[in-house]
Write a protein that binds this ligand. Sequence first.
Ligand SMILES: [Mn+2]
Length: 281
Amino acid sequence: MFPPVSGFDKGLQDGPINRKMNRHRTAWISDVHLGTKGSQADALLEFLRDHEFETLYVVGDLIDVWQLRRGIYWPQEHNDVIQKILRKARKGTRVIYIPGNHDEFIAGFFGSYGGITIQQRAIHTTAAGKRLLVIHGHELDTVVQNIKWLAYIGDAGYQFLLRLNGPINFLRRLFGFGYWSLSAYAKKSIKNAVSFIGKFEEAIVRYSKEDSVDGVICGHIHSPVIRTINGVGYYNSGDWVESCSALVEDFTGRISLLTSLHATAPTLQESTTNAGLAQTT
Ligand SMILES: [Mn+2]
């Protein structure tokens, strides 16, 4: 006779025994940059394993095609992330994929595929009835690059620069330049970084006014935060290169930012009953 193992049935479904499954109405992740050495795919795998969502937004730059063109880097964990997202979609999570600038080839596949929808932007309605615009954020690059001129050229210039964003990057690609990276540019100096993050946040909030939304959710600048700017909610889901962050909405409509979700256990020891308990942070 074997002694009964408590919690065994619960643990069979997904992941190790006693691992706590967190349920959310919605989650947003962005800037995973699969295909680059910096991508913390193992951390994201843990997050996807330990959290369940009714809806998962992938807010751009899941795969870094710009980097892959310089040489293929594609370890197993990067495959596993894709598989895990597809599996969630099969199991009932509604997945909405909004391509960014590093995975813009995905934009050639707008449409619905089973549980996955690929679309340019989304309006998300929270459980509390708030309307939030969801975009990656690279749409604002030309505006932010030329922010100094905007004071002189006003609103018409703003609209013009917005429309220039696509063509400019098309030309850059045609002539073999990489995508102009706002975050890489900003990182050149702390002073630039602070100023550019601020300019980006203001620019995207201004952009969202056209949709008369209560807030905007984006990624792109790898700078996770929730704040209010000019009465509009600004939510940035951050990245899985440095901050390992995600936005989650609970069933009352409250949105929180989870950060530092770095991988806790590189090699899982799924056999011991107490393994899950020791990992509480
Ligand atoms: Mn981006």
